[in-house]
Ligand binder design. Structure first.
Ligand code: UDP
Length: 327
Protein backbone atom coordinates (compact mmCIF):
# COMPACT_ATOMS: atom_id res chain seq x y z
CA UNK A 1 0.00 0.00 0.00
CA UNK A 2 1.19 3.52 -0.74
CA UNK A 3 1.42 5.79 2.29
CA UNK A 4 0.31 9.40 1.95
CA UNK A 5 1.15 11.80 4.77
CA UNK A 6 -1.96 13.85 5.54
CA UNK A 7 -1.24 16.84 7.74
CA UNK A 8 -4.39 17.99 9.46
CA UNK A 9 -5.98 14.59 8.88
CA UNK A 10 -7.93 14.93 12.14
CA UNK A 11 -9.61 18.11 10.93
CA UNK A 12 -12.69 18.76 8.83
CA UNK A 13 -11.29 18.60 5.30
CA UNK A 14 -8.33 16.36 6.18
CA UNK A 15 -10.54 13.65 7.67
CA UNK A 16 -12.67 13.56 4.52
CA UNK A 17 -9.48 13.40 2.46
CA UNK A 18 -8.36 10.37 4.48
CA UNK A 19 -11.62 8.62 3.72
CA UNK A 20 -11.28 9.40 0.00
CA UNK A 21 -7.64 8.26 -0.04
CA UNK A 22 -8.48 4.98 1.70
CA UNK A 23 -11.31 4.41 -0.80
CA UNK A 24 -8.81 4.98 -3.64
CA UNK A 25 -6.44 2.35 -2.22
CA UNK A 26 -3.91 4.53 -0.39
CA UNK A 27 -2.99 4.45 3.30
CA UNK A 28 -3.53 7.92 4.76
CA UNK A 29 -1.12 8.63 7.62
CA UNK A 30 -2.53 11.48 9.69
CA UNK A 31 -0.11 13.98 11.21
CA UNK A 32 -2.01 16.41 13.43
CA UNK A 33 -1.38 18.30 16.68
CA UNK A 34 -5.08 18.13 17.63
CA UNK A 35 -5.17 21.88 18.21
CA UNK A 36 -8.36 22.08 16.19
CA UNK A 37 -8.86 18.45 15.11
CA UNK A 38 -10.22 15.33 16.82
CA UNK A 39 -8.51 11.98 17.37
CA UNK A 40 -11.92 10.34 16.81
CA UNK A 41 -11.92 11.72 13.27
CA UNK A 42 -8.89 9.58 12.39
CA UNK A 43 -10.64 6.44 11.15
CA UNK A 44 -9.00 5.44 7.91
CA UNK A 45 -5.31 4.96 8.68
CA UNK A 46 -2.59 5.45 11.31
CA UNK A 47 -2.42 8.53 13.51
CA UNK A 48 0.81 10.28 14.46
CA UNK A 49 0.31 13.20 16.79
CA UNK A 50 2.74 16.04 16.24
CA UNK A 51 3.20 19.68 15.45
CA UNK A 52 4.19 21.06 12.06
CA UNK A 53 6.94 23.10 13.66
CA UNK A 54 8.48 20.01 15.34
CA UNK A 55 11.21 18.98 12.90
CA UNK A 56 12.40 15.96 14.93
CA UNK A 57 8.90 14.52 15.10
CA UNK A 58 8.39 15.08 11.36
CA UNK A 59 11.69 13.36 10.60
CA UNK A 60 10.60 10.35 12.68
CA UNK A 61 7.30 10.12 10.83
CA UNK A 62 8.91 10.41 7.39
CA UNK A 63 11.39 7.67 8.39
CA UNK A 64 8.66 5.39 9.77
CA UNK A 65 6.24 5.61 6.82
CA UNK A 66 8.31 6.69 3.81
CA UNK A 67 5.26 8.46 2.31
CA UNK A 68 5.01 8.77 -1.46
CA UNK A 69 3.37 12.19 -1.17
CA UNK A 70 2.06 14.77 1.25
CA UNK A 71 -1.39 16.30 1.43
CA UNK A 72 -0.99 19.42 3.51
CA UNK A 73 -4.20 20.58 5.19
CA UNK A 74 -2.96 21.48 8.69
CA UNK A 75 -3.45 25.21 9.19
CA UNK A 76 -5.21 27.81 11.22
CA UNK A 77 -7.99 29.08 9.01
CA UNK A 78 -10.11 31.75 10.66
CA UNK A 79 -10.11 35.08 8.89
CA UNK A 80 -11.26 37.03 11.96
CA UNK A 81 -8.70 35.44 14.29
CA UNK A 82 -5.96 36.05 11.74
CA UNK A 83 -6.66 39.78 11.91
CA UNK A 84 -6.36 39.81 15.70
CA UNK A 85 -3.49 37.35 16.13
CA UNK A 86 -1.50 37.36 12.87
CA UNK A 87 1.53 35.99 14.70
CA UNK A 88 -0.29 32.66 15.11
CA UNK A 89 -0.80 32.47 11.36
CA UNK A 90 2.79 33.32 10.45
CA UNK A 91 4.09 30.85 13.02
CA UNK A 92 1.77 27.90 12.54
CA UNK A 93 0.97 28.19 8.85
CA UNK A 94 4.14 29.69 7.39
CA UNK A 95 6.88 28.51 9.76
CA UNK A 96 5.09 25.16 10.13
CA UNK A 97 4.91 24.65 6.36
CA UNK A 98 8.56 25.64 6.02
CA UNK A 99 9.52 22.98 8.55
CA UNK A 100 7.36 20.42 6.76
CA UNK A 101 8.95 21.24 3.39
CA UNK A 102 12.45 21.02 4.83
CA UNK A 103 11.67 17.61 6.30
CA UNK A 104 10.05 16.48 3.03
CA UNK A 105 13.03 17.62 0.95
CA UNK A 106 15.47 15.82 3.22
CA UNK A 107 13.36 12.66 3.17
CA UNK A 108 13.10 12.78 -0.63
CA UNK A 109 9.29 13.01 -0.50
CA UNK A 110 8.84 15.23 -3.55
CA UNK A 111 5.10 15.16 -4.36
CA UNK A 112 3.06 17.76 -2.51
CA UNK A 113 -0.67 18.56 -2.63
CA UNK A 114 -1.41 21.84 -0.90
CA UNK A 115 -4.66 23.14 0.50
CA UNK A 116 -4.67 26.85 -0.29
CA UNK A 117 -7.48 29.34 -0.43
CA UNK A 118 -9.27 31.90 -2.55
CA UNK A 119 -8.58 34.27 0.35
CA UNK A 120 -5.20 34.69 -1.36
CA UNK A 121 -7.02 36.68 -4.07
CA UNK A 122 -8.41 39.37 -1.77
CA UNK A 123 -11.24 41.72 -2.70
CA UNK A 124 -10.93 42.25 -6.45
CA UNK A 125 -14.04 43.82 -7.89
CA UNK A 126 -14.77 43.14 -11.54
CA UNK A 127 -11.81 40.81 -11.91
CA UNK A 128 -12.32 37.29 -13.15
CA UNK A 129 -10.56 35.23 -10.51
CA UNK A 130 -8.54 32.65 -12.33
CA UNK A 131 -5.43 30.68 -11.42
CA UNK A 132 -3.10 33.18 -13.04
CA UNK A 133 -4.53 36.44 -11.77
CA UNK A 134 -2.66 38.51 -9.21
CA UNK A 135 -3.12 37.69 -5.54
CA UNK A 136 -3.78 40.55 -3.13
CA UNK A 137 -4.90 38.97 0.17
CA UNK A 138 -6.50 41.37 2.65
CA UNK A 139 -6.18 39.25 5.78
CA UNK A 140 -3.31 37.48 7.52
CA UNK A 141 -4.84 34.07 6.81
CA UNK A 142 -4.77 34.70 3.05
CA UNK A 143 -1.30 36.19 3.29
CA UNK A 144 0.00 33.13 5.13
CA UNK A 145 -1.34 30.81 2.41
CA UNK A 146 0.08 32.97 -0.37
CA UNK A 147 3.48 32.84 1.36
CA UNK A 148 3.33 29.04 1.36
CA UNK A 149 2.49 29.02 -2.36
CA UNK A 150 5.61 31.17 -2.93
CA UNK A 151 7.64 28.84 -0.76
CA UNK A 152 6.51 25.83 -2.79
CA UNK A 153 7.73 27.42 -6.02
CA UNK A 154 11.15 28.04 -4.47
CA UNK A 155 11.31 24.52 -3.07
CA UNK A 156 10.52 23.13 -6.48
CA UNK A 157 13.34 25.10 -8.07
CA UNK A 158 15.84 24.21 -5.39
CA UNK A 159 14.75 20.76 -4.22
CA UNK A 160 12.42 19.37 -6.91
CA UNK A 161 9.22 19.33 -4.85
CA UNK A 162 6.44 19.14 -7.44
CA UNK A 163 3.14 20.46 -6.18
CA UNK A 164 -0.52 20.77 -6.93
CA UNK A 165 -2.10 23.76 -5.21
CA UNK A 166 -5.84 23.91 -4.67
CA UNK A 167 -7.32 27.31 -3.95
CA UNK A 168 -10.61 26.60 -2.27
CA UNK A 169 -13.65 28.71 -2.17
CA UNK A 170 -15.95 28.02 0.81
CA UNK A 171 -16.28 24.42 1.90
CA UNK A 172 -19.46 22.95 3.38
CA UNK A 173 -21.31 19.65 3.79
CA UNK A 174 -20.17 16.37 5.32
CA UNK A 175 -19.57 12.74 4.48
CA UNK A 176 -23.01 11.39 3.40
CA UNK A 177 -22.37 8.33 5.62
CA UNK A 178 -21.78 10.75 8.54
CA UNK A 179 -18.58 8.90 9.52
CA UNK A 180 -16.79 12.26 9.62
CA UNK A 181 -18.04 15.82 9.45
CA UNK A 182 -17.43 19.42 10.36
CA UNK A 183 -16.88 20.13 14.03
CA UNK A 184 -14.87 23.09 15.19
CA UNK A 185 -14.63 24.26 18.76
CA UNK A 186 -15.47 27.11 18.77
CA UNK A 187 -17.40 26.99 15.52
CA UNK A 188 -17.12 30.07 13.30
CA UNK A 189 -18.37 28.88 9.92
CA UNK A 190 -21.69 29.86 8.50
CA UNK A 191 -23.34 26.53 7.66
CA UNK A 192 -22.64 24.65 10.94
CA UNK A 193 -23.56 27.76 12.94
CA UNK A 194 -26.87 28.00 11.11
CA UNK A 195 -27.61 24.32 11.71
CA UNK A 196 -26.74 24.65 15.40
CA UNK A 197 -29.09 27.64 15.61
CA UNK A 198 -31.79 25.63 13.79
CA UNK A 199 -31.45 22.92 16.47
CA UNK A 200 -31.61 25.45 19.29
CA UNK A 201 -28.03 24.55 20.29
CA UNK A 202 -27.03 28.19 20.15
CA UNK A 203 -28.61 31.60 20.08
CA UNK A 204 -29.38 33.40 16.87
CA UNK A 205 -26.78 33.55 14.11
CA UNK A 206 -25.34 37.03 13.66
CA UNK A 207 -25.16 38.18 10.05
CA UNK A 208 -21.80 39.90 9.71
CA UNK A 209 -22.69 43.04 7.79
CA UNK A 210 -25.79 43.96 5.80
CA UNK A 211 -24.38 47.01 4.01
CA UNK A 212 -22.13 45.33 1.46
CA UNK A 213 -22.47 46.30 -2.18
CA UNK A 214 -24.43 43.16 -3.09
CA UNK A 215 -28.11 42.72 -4.04
CA UNK A 216 -29.20 41.91 -0.46
CA UNK A 217 -26.35 43.68 1.35
CA UNK A 218 -24.65 40.50 2.64
CA UNK A 219 -21.39 38.90 1.50
CA UNK A 220 -21.43 36.42 -1.34
CA UNK A 221 -19.41 33.21 -1.37
CA UNK A 222 -18.97 30.16 -3.63
CA UNK A 223 -19.55 26.92 -1.68
CA UNK A 224 -18.12 23.49 -2.58
CA UNK A 225 -19.07 20.18 -0.96
CA UNK A 226 -16.21 18.78 1.11
CA UNK A 227 -16.48 15.38 -0.64
CA UNK A 228 -16.12 16.97 -4.07
CA UNK A 229 -13.20 18.99 -2.77
CA UNK A 230 -11.28 15.98 -1.51
CA UNK A 231 -12.03 14.06 -4.70
CA UNK A 232 -10.09 16.82 -6.48
CA UNK A 233 -7.16 16.18 -4.15
CA UNK A 234 -7.04 12.50 -5.04
CA UNK A 235 -7.04 13.51 -8.71
CA UNK A 236 -4.26 15.99 -7.92
CA UNK A 237 -2.24 13.21 -6.36
CA UNK A 238 -2.72 11.13 -9.51
CA UNK A 239 -1.56 14.13 -11.56
CA UNK A 240 1.74 14.16 -9.68
CA UNK A 241 2.08 10.38 -9.72
CA UNK A 242 2.08 10.28 -13.51
CA UNK A 243 4.84 12.90 -13.56
CA UNK A 244 2.89 16.00 -14.59
CA UNK A 245 4.25 19.40 -13.59
CA UNK A 246 3.26 21.69 -10.74
CA UNK A 247 -0.13 23.28 -11.24
CA UNK A 248 -2.60 25.55 -9.44
CA UNK A 249 -6.32 24.76 -9.54
CA UNK A 250 -9.12 26.74 -7.99
CA UNK A 251 -12.13 24.84 -6.82
CA UNK A 252 -15.48 26.57 -6.86
CA UNK A 253 -18.84 25.98 -8.48
CA UNK A 254 -19.16 29.42 -10.06
CA UNK A 255 -22.43 30.02 -8.18
CA UNK A 256 -22.46 32.65 -5.49
CA UNK A 257 -24.73 32.55 -2.43
CA UNK A 258 -25.25 35.53 -0.14
CA UNK A 259 -25.39 34.97 3.60
CA UNK A 260 -29.14 35.60 3.48
CA UNK A 261 -29.54 33.05 0.67
CA UNK A 262 -27.65 30.40 2.66
CA UNK A 263 -29.92 31.13 5.63
CA UNK A 264 -33.00 30.67 3.42
CA UNK A 265 -31.71 27.32 2.11
CA UNK A 266 -30.93 26.15 5.65
CA UNK A 267 -34.50 26.96 6.71
CA UNK A 268 -35.96 25.15 3.70
CA UNK A 269 -33.81 22.00 4.01
CA UNK A 270 -34.19 21.61 7.77
CA UNK A 271 -37.81 22.73 7.95
CA UNK A 272 -36.82 24.79 10.98
CA UNK A 273 -36.84 28.49 11.70
CA UNK A 274 -33.27 29.67 11.82
CA UNK A 275 -33.01 32.59 14.23
CA UNK A 276 -30.75 35.38 12.93
CA UNK A 277 -29.83 38.89 13.99
CA UNK A 278 -28.04 41.55 11.98
CA UNK A 279 -24.62 42.68 13.16
CA UNK A 280 -21.64 44.72 12.00
CA UNK A 281 -19.11 43.64 9.39
CA UNK A 282 -16.38 41.17 10.38
CA UNK A 283 -12.94 42.66 9.75
CA UNK A 284 -11.11 40.96 6.88
CA UNK A 285 -14.21 39.76 5.01
CA UNK A 286 -14.25 40.23 1.24
CA UNK A 287 -17.50 41.37 -0.37
CA UNK A 288 -17.71 38.64 -2.96
CA UNK A 289 -15.61 35.56 -3.69
CA UNK A 290 -17.02 33.51 -6.53
CA UNK A 291 -15.36 31.59 -9.27
CA UNK A 292 -15.57 28.35 -11.14
CA UNK A 293 -13.27 25.43 -11.70
CA UNK A 294 -12.80 25.36 -15.47
CA UNK A 295 -9.16 24.27 -15.25
CA UNK A 296 -9.80 21.54 -12.67
CA UNK A 297 -12.66 20.19 -14.77
CA UNK A 298 -10.70 20.29 -18.04
CA UNK A 299 -7.32 19.09 -16.83
CA UNK A 300 -8.06 16.90 -13.80
CA UNK A 301 -11.41 15.64 -15.01
CA UNK A 302 -12.98 16.88 -11.78
CA UNK A 303 -16.76 16.98 -11.68
CA UNK A 304 -18.51 18.24 -8.56
CA UNK A 305 -21.28 15.79 -7.67
CA UNK A 306 -22.72 17.02 -4.36
CA UNK A 307 -22.07 20.77 -4.48
CA UNK A 308 -25.60 22.11 -4.65
CA UNK A 309 -26.44 24.26 -1.64
CA UNK A 310 -29.33 21.99 -0.66
CA UNK A 311 -27.17 18.83 -0.81
CA UNK A 312 -24.40 20.48 1.24
CA UNK A 313 -26.87 21.57 3.89
CA UNK A 314 -28.67 18.21 3.92
CA UNK A 315 -25.39 16.30 4.40
CA UNK A 316 -24.21 18.72 7.08
CA UNK A 317 -27.59 18.47 8.80
CA UNK A 318 -27.47 14.66 8.85
CA UNK A 319 -24.00 14.78 10.39
CA UNK A 320 -24.90 17.44 12.96
CA UNK A 321 -27.93 15.48 14.13
CA UNK A 322 -26.13 12.12 14.23
CA UNK A 323 -23.48 13.18 16.69
CA UNK A 324 -20.19 14.95 17.05
CA UNK A 325 -16.74 14.12 18.27
CA UNK A 326 -16.31 14.56 22.00
CA UNK A 327 -15.56 18.18 22.80
N1 UDP B 1 -20.86 34.76 8.44
C1 UDP B 1 -21.86 35.42 9.14
N2 UDP B 1 -22.07 35.07 10.44
C2 UDP B 1 -21.35 34.10 11.07
C3 UDP B 1 -20.34 33.42 10.34
C4 UDP B 1 -20.12 33.77 9.02
O1 UDP B 1 -22.53 36.31 8.61
O2 UDP B 1 -21.58 33.86 12.27
C5 UDP B 1 -20.61 35.15 7.04
C6 UDP B 1 -19.19 35.67 6.81
O3 UDP B 1 -19.11 37.06 7.06
C7 UDP B 1 -18.97 35.32 5.33
C8 UDP B 1 -19.80 34.03 5.15
O4 UDP B 1 -20.72 33.99 6.24
O5 UDP B 1 -19.55 36.31 4.51
C9 UDP B 1 -18.95 32.78 5.21
O6 UDP B 1 -18.13 32.86 6.37
P1 UDP B 1 -17.32 31.63 6.93
O7 UDP B 1 -16.69 32.06 8.21
O8 UDP B 1 -18.20 30.42 6.95
O9 UDP B 1 -16.22 31.35 5.81
P2 UDP B 1 -15.10 32.33 5.19
O10 UDP B 1 -15.77 33.05 4.05
O11 UDP B 1 -14.62 33.24 6.26
O12 UDP B 1 -14.06 31.36 4.72
Amino acid sequence: MTNILVTGGAGYIGSHACKALAAAGYTPVTYDNLSTGWAEAVKFGPFEQGDLTDRDRLDQVFAAYNPAAIMHFAALSQVGESMQLPELYWHNNVAGSLTLLQAAAQAGCLNFVFSSTCATYGDQDNVVLDEDCAQHPINAYGKSKRAIEDMLRDFETAHGIRHVVFRYFNVAGADPDAEVGEFHQPETHLVPLLLDAAQGKRDALTIFGTDYDTPDGTCIRDYVHVCDLVDAHVLGLGWLEVGKGSRVFKLGTGSGFSVREVIAHAGAVTGRDVPVVEGPRRPGDCTKLVSGSTRAEAELGWTPKRSTMDCMIADAWRWQKSGHYSA
